[in-house]
Design a protein. Structure first.
Length: 261
């Protein structure tokens, strides 16, 4: 008569553990295997499958070793002359079976926990390596900036806030040899969503030349590098205006910053 279980009890879990760990007697194992195959008990099948998968995973994580050829010969010789002896089961045999299964399952849990820990450590190590790489790039950039700022041929130009941006200030480090500006701004509120700030080269003769369209961070600061074209060397001023989003060919909006060269 077939029997299917509706829920996993402690007794059923014990039997599944013993079966998965190979700790049943032959008769118990045959009866339990019949229960799994013929009764098609989903509860017991699921528990046995989970336990067997865990034990198989443990087997892959433990390094294997093979006896030497000499030991193999001695073992085979002993096996051929061995006479099987049936020993009576001591009173605590059932308890020993359960303890053996518990130890095996505890080893599986420990191994799985170690694998998860190692995986987390690898992810943390990768994150640290990525962060170190970014910091190294930033360090090189900062070293390059410091070298530029302390160079003999660098000219410093200060820009003062204008109109509604009186609290703002800017500074240009003009590396004339390398033809570039290092331009930084402080306390200039971000432009409205439909506006941009535009930096201008203002030559002594002719129209202003667009240098850079930008916006500031939430704290009102920004630092950018600006190449200086050949036709923008004879300058009388540098200026920042507020323009429609994306900038304009020529200044149309009010001054935000202005500085004389």
């Amino acid at each position: 008569m077939s029997m299917k279980h509706t829920e996993l009890t402690d007794d059923l879990q014990e039997r599944a553990s013993l079966y998965a760990a190979g700790a049943m007697t032959d008769s118990e194992r045959l009866e339990y295997a019949r229960h799994l195959d013929e009764d098609q008990c989903v509860v017991c099948q699921a528990e046995v499958k989970e336990l067997q998968s865990a034990i198989s995973l443990l087997a892959f994580t433990v390094p294997s070793s093979s006896p030497s050829p000499t030991v193999k010969v001695r073992l085979m010789e002993q096996a051929r002359h061995a006479v099987p002896v049936i020993q009576p089961r001591p009173p605590g045999f059932r308890w020993l079976q359960w303890a053996t299964a518990v130890i095996a399952l505890a080893s599986v849990v420990a191994a799985l926990s170690l694998m998860r820990t190692n995986s987390e450590l690898r992810r943390e190590a990768d994150a640290l390596k990525s962060r170190i790489a970014r910091l190294e790039v930033q360090l090189v950039e900062q070293q390059d900036t410091i070298a530029t700022l302390t160079s003999v041929g660098v000219r410093v130009v200060d820009l003062a806030g204008q109109g509604a941006s009186m609290q703002a200030s800017g500074r240009i480090f003009w590396d004339q040899q390398r033809k570039r500006w290092l331009f930084s701004v402080r306390n200039l509120p971000p432009a409205p969503a439909d506006k941009s700030y535009q930096l201008w080269f203002v030559p002594k003769q002719g129209n202003p030349i667009s240098a850079r369209v930008f916006n500031t961070e939430a704290d009102g600061s920004v630092s950018v590098e600006v190449p200086v074209p050949d036709n923008a060397t004879d300058l009388k001023a540098a200026a920042v205006t507020t323009e429609p989003l994306g900038g304009q060919p020529q200044p149309t909006g009010p001054f935000a910053l202005l500085g004389a060269m």
